[in-house]
Design a binder for this molecule. Sequence first.
Ligand SMILES: [Zn+2]
Length: 461
Amino acid sequence: MVYVRFGQDGYKVYDQLKQVIFSGDSNHESLFDYVAKDVSELTQLLEDYVARRMDISTFELKEYNEDYSEAIRIKNVLKNLHPYYNCSFNVRDTIINALGDYINLLLIQAQYERGTSTISFPIEYEWYKERFVELGIPFSTEEDITHFPDTPFLTPQAFEYFSRFNEAIGIAPTRRKESGYFEIKELDAYDNHEAFESVIETHNEIHRLLFWLLDQSNSLIGSLSIPQRLWIYQNVFKKNFVKKVTQRLALATPTLYEDKIKDDEIKKENAKEKLFSSLETLRWLHLEEQEILPEEGEAFEKVLELSSQYSSGGIYDEYEITDISQLLFLEILQIAKNKQQLGNKLTIKKCQYCNMYFIAPRSNALYCNRIVSGEDKPCSKIGAKRLHDTRINSSEAEKLYRTAYNRHYAYIRNAVSAEAMDRNERKFKDWQVEAKENIQEYDNGTIDFELLSNWMQNSSI
Ligand SMILES: [Zn+2]
């Protein structure tokens, strides 16, 4: 769990000790990078990992194997996805949740195919926990291992996912109807699911919302107002984009109330705790004119004195974040609100060169300031030239193709018989396919212009 505060220029994300883990500025690059990333490999990685540690039809754990390559790769994909995953607890929680969902999916499928499955239902909690913990261990953080060498940190999650499993297959009633009957969920609903679905779905959802609300490159909706776009989004997808987020009022600097959790000084002397507990009767101060008792007077003076160090710095809306989708949703909301105020002074587009979103410094800007891999200058410096080069290259290739095409076409039309005409036409079609493949290879840089040119000029049918 982390906390986020938004300001005029972006946001800051804190951990529970109020240390800044990362921040985002008004360029929103981490959001734009996030939507451009490919997360699809997570599914295969987790499925491979589980299959290597456990037989997925008998659910027997396999012999201990030190190769955790998929587990490491999964962690790295998340760490590269967004700074939210700079916090190792967030990486762990995300993976453990995906693991729990996937184990349950496998079990539900086994339950669904009861005739062919070799495991018997209902299953025992201890049986479930053993598998959950064994599969979850490689995803623990260093702190987990230091504080809980026997892995009880996975026990609450194992219990939670065990309950969810039972709920899903209807052993426990999921919802009580007013009539007193229980409704059991349909097992069919678990068909066609796969590992890491919620991370992948969140990724899609955030990208979709960003596109529908803010992308101004799109020729169909790019010039519409934000309210108009939101209205279309809600009606096309028949939903509001809803996220539950806990909000609280917070100070710029930590309060004593928060301090005392971590501050050893305060813990040791316990003095401030006593000070505040002597003022308990103040809880009725708002109801009546109340005289402060003489013994409270001194304590209250002290509190006023302590509080003076918080007299500046302001108060903030702070949100509690337990899932990356909450953070990104709030960020998009913030951009949309700013955009409403700033109009075209805030323009979000896709870069014409690298195809990633950016905040355009001018509404007619076409290229971003990223330096994409394989380049040493930003798109704004080289994008136009690169695209120009590509267009010239393509048109040169096109010219070669046209010339060769006309030559071959003239040849096949001169066929002496209907049979020869048919044969030539078939050969001509094959030639066209091969020519297109060569142009594709040239565009990809696999072959150079000279090679392409030789092939076009010397090709025969
Ligand atoms: Zn770019």
